[in-house]
Design a protein around this ligand. Sequence first.
Ligand code: URA
Length: 233
Amino acid sequence: MTRTLAEAAAEAAGCTRCRLAQTRTQVVFGVGNPDADLLFVGEAPGMHEDRQGEPFVGAAGQLLTRMLGEIGLQRADVYIANVLRCRPPGNRDPLPDEIEACTPWLVETISLIQPILIVTLGNFATKFVLETPRGITSMRGSVYDWHGRAVIPTFHPAAILHGGGEKSRQFQELRDDFGLISQTLARRAGNGAPPPPQAAAPAQPPPAHPGPHLAPGLAPDLGPPPADQLELF
Ligand code: URA
């Protein structure tokens, strides 16, 4: 029998699959609605998240919450998680073996939530989920088919804050992407089940995910990407 997301999170709380177990304050598994249609995937917890045990609670998280509000959603309506569930010390880049060790948690998260739409926040999560070398600037603004689900990549909110802020072109593009998120959700949620692959309009062929233990209908695998993918735009 499949376990619940809360049961998975309870097991993850004691995870020692990689070295980050020694330096984290706590595992930051995820937050929100376990039946959400919309799943956000960021990179890894930062200092605030590590302390509070919740993803996206710092300044970047406040911007994410604001953008959600602009499309009529609250954090409790969606699910928010990261590729890595533990903070890398000093917010350094995730290492390949950490990504590999943590991937089963993301796979199980997607498998249990079965979101209609996954939004990848920033270069790291986008390259990881869509297995693409392309940067976020060229990937954003489109809906990609991913094993019958939709993926919309957008800027990491921290990149907006470190870039030009509200006056920047990227901020307007982030806002546009949230408009696309809202439209895509409305279109797909109305249909119940995720549409067939040809309903999406990928800017490139969907990635082939070989993979370990995935539930039916999900990508069978999320192979670890190189860890050197953290440029902001
Ligand atoms: N940045 C992320 O990618 N995730 C968080 O949870 C916080 C900041």
